[in-house]
Design a protein around this ligand. Structure first.
Ligand SMILES: [Zn+2]
Length: 255
């Protein structure tokens, strides 16, 4: 049976998501920004929390862990490199490890850059990717603990997933990301199409995620640093892609 995902806002602009396996009844929270909205989502779905899959150590992804674990005795799975900075970890995982949630199985991808140990969880059978603060819709996370080259490699790893993979990211930043992306590729038709779609969703107070990887590859400038026109638009024609990426990221930081 296919996985069911339930998405909801936490804190100011974080996304919480529950991933449910109808076969076993097990349910994972991907990150735990805060306990109350996750509890509300569990009540409204009737699902039982079995696991918390943590992408990285930032407080707006881990702040709900202690309260949720006390109530549900769920397993906390965390990146190997950040376990010491995440509360109540039961299992640590590295690149290519498998994580089971009932009958569902995720591959762990190490996607460092935003933080040094950031991981993403990819469920290939259901074509779902939970990418935390590495990739956003039409954007990417700030490079805080890693280098731009490291972040670009992480984005390439995600870009290699199948085109119809649905991308669940950690924040609702899509509107601001599109405004910025238009400064890099004002003529990009896929970006304009995404803008029209996102305008409608935000006006209706609906989430803009998940998007598909195909949409991101076509419109997200941070995944397009190796496209010659993108390099040219930031004055770096012929430069290595990671340098183009670094320039786009720097411009976004200043925007
Ligand atoms: Zn973060």
């Amino acid at each position: 049976m296919p996985a069911q995902a339930h998405l909801f806002l936490c804190l100011k602009d974080n996304y919480g998501v529950l991933l449910h396996d109808p076969g076993s009844g097990e349910t994972a929270a991907i990150d735990a920004p805060e306990a109350a909205p996750i509890e509300a989502a569990l009540r409204s779905t009737g699902w039982r929390l079995s696991d918390i899959l943590v992408t990285h150590h930032h407080a707006d992804h881990t702040g709900g862990i202690a309260e949720l674990k006390a109530r549900h005795r769920c397993r906390v799975v965390a990146p190997h490199g950040e376990a010491a900075r995440i509360p109540l970890v039961d299992a640590t995982v590295r690149e290519n490890d498998k994580v089971r949630v009932g009958g569902l199985e995720a591959n762990v991808l190490e996607t460092p850059g935003h933080t040094a140990g950031h991981i993403s969880y990819v469920f290939p059978s259901d074509k779902l990717a939970f990418v935390g603060d590495t990739l956003f819709s039409i954007g990417c996370g700030r490079v805080i603990e890693g280098t731009p080259e490291m972040m670009w490699q992480s984005l390439l790893k995600l870009r290699a997933l199948p085109d119809d993979t649905r991308i669940y990211c950690g924040h609702e930043y899509t509107g601001a990301n599109i405004r910025f992306a238009k400064t890099i590729e004002p003529e990009n038709a896929a970006l304009r199409a995404r803008e029209a779609e996102v305008d409608k969703l935000l006006a209706a107070r609906k989430p803009t995620i998940p998007s598909t990887l195909a949409e991101e590859k076509a419109a997200n400038p941070f995944l397009r640093a190796d496209v010659p026109e993108v390099a040219k638009s930031v004055g770096l024609a012929g430069s290595p892609a990671w340098k183009v990426f670094a320039e786009i990221r720097e411009r976004k930081n200043r925007s």
